[in-house]
Ligand binder design. Structure first.
Ligand SMILES: Nc1ncnc2c1ncn2[C@@H]1O[C@H](COP(=O)(O)OP(=O)(O)OP(=O)(O)O)[C@@H](O)[C@H]1O
Ligand SMILES: Nc1ccn([C@H]2C[C@H](O)[C@@H](COP(=O)(O)O)O2)c(=O)n1
Ligand SMILES: [Mg+2]
Length: 283
């Protein structure tokens, strides 16, 4: 069992950044969404103990589909095989933006603004993992140990949390913040969720600025200390940047300079999200 202290530190952000509802569903309130997400996560069956999860560190790619009742899988298959757009097809596939950047580059801060101004659901991979820690599950204990070390959680765990959150939010536009953190994350998402992002937003921030921000974040996160930050920066360079490069080669990356005030950065973000194709907003 995780201790109460561990659970407190692992709890999802208090600013409601874990899941932001779509604009039209705002009246549900952040708290309601958090409770709905919590209920869903707590209903989840425990990960099979016979299948050791793979991880980016081990670079294994044998990803298993999680055991799920057929109805849910059927619904998911419908969700992600339908293509949205003006071609007369279904409008069920959500518009997906992966949001990347180093630790402390401002992903969460900017995602909150995008969610509010552009009607995107905000799914933060880190917040989903911290929520799992707070649930007191065995999986949560494993996640906490990994996060304290600045390493990356096995992809099956993270992708499954994202998959469930996407399904539950039923949103038409989704920001997936802090994911994929490595090639294995990316491959697991494509394989388990069955789709690719429409765009990738990359917040480009110098290391010294990121360190400064993290050391003054003051949210009680177990990884906001200089030892863990150094490890996270190495992981970012070695594992996350190759994913950005992969999506760059596919023309999907929108790089945003992440220095200056939050509002200055959001001016650039606003320009990007205002210029997205009608596909993002016509659903
Ligand atoms: N432009 C900015 N200038 C100064 N501080 C900022 C700026 N943007 C965000 N911050 C602050 O920096 C800290 C880190 O920001 P945030 O949590 O959004 O980063 P992140 O990329 O989500 O980090 P992580 O990967 O660790 O979750 C927060 O305390 C936030 O308030
Ligand atoms: N795809 C992900 C996202 C996050 N984690 C772990 C490792 C990170 O250091 C930690 C915090 O994430 P953040 O809130 O900074 O986005 O969570 C991961 O393993 N895989
Ligand atoms: Mg964050």
């Amino acid at each position: 069992m995780v201790t109460e202290e561990r659970a407190r530190r692992g709890t999802a952000r208090t600013d409601g950044g874990a899941i932001a509802p779509e604009t039209e569903e705002k009246e549900l309130g952040d708290e309601m969404w958090r409770r709905r997400l919590g209920a869903l996560l707590l209903r989840s069956p425990p990960a099979s103990s016979s299948t050791a999860p793979s991880s980016c560190q081990h670079r294994r790619h044998h990803l298993l589909l999680p055991s799920e009742e057929p109805l849910a899988l059927g619904r998911l298959a419908r969700l992600f095989t339908s293509q949205a757009g003006s071609d007369g097809g279904d409008t069920l596939k959500p518009f997906i933006a992966f949001v990347l950047g180093g630790p402390g580059s401002g992903k969460g801060t900017q995602c909150t603004k995008i969610a509010s101004d552009f009607g995107f659901a905000h799914l933060s991979a880190g917040d989903l993992l911290r929520h799992e820690i707070a649930s007191g599950s065995e999986k949560g204990e494993l996640i906490l140990d990994i996060i304290k070390e600045g390493r990356i959680v096995p992809s099956e765990i993270t992708v499954e949390l994202i998959r469930k959150a996407m399904e539950m939010s039923n949103a038409k536009r989704v920001l997936i913040d802090g994911f994929p953190r490595c090639e294995e994350n990316r491959i697991a998402f494509e394989r388990i969720v069955g789709t690719e992002p429409d765009i990738v937003v990359f917040f480009d921030c110098p290391e010294d600025e990121m360190v400064k921000r993290l050391l003054s974040r003051n949210q009680g996160r177990v990884d906001d200390n200089i030892e863990t930050i150094k490890k996270r920066l190495k992981v970012f360079e070695n594992l996350n940047i190759p994913v950005v490069d992969y999506y760059s080669s596919r023309g999907k990356v929108h790089k945003i300079k992440a220095t200056g005030t939050e509002d200055e950065i959001f001016d650039a973000v606003r320009r990007l999200f205002s210029s997205l194709s009608r596909r993002a907003y016509d659903m």
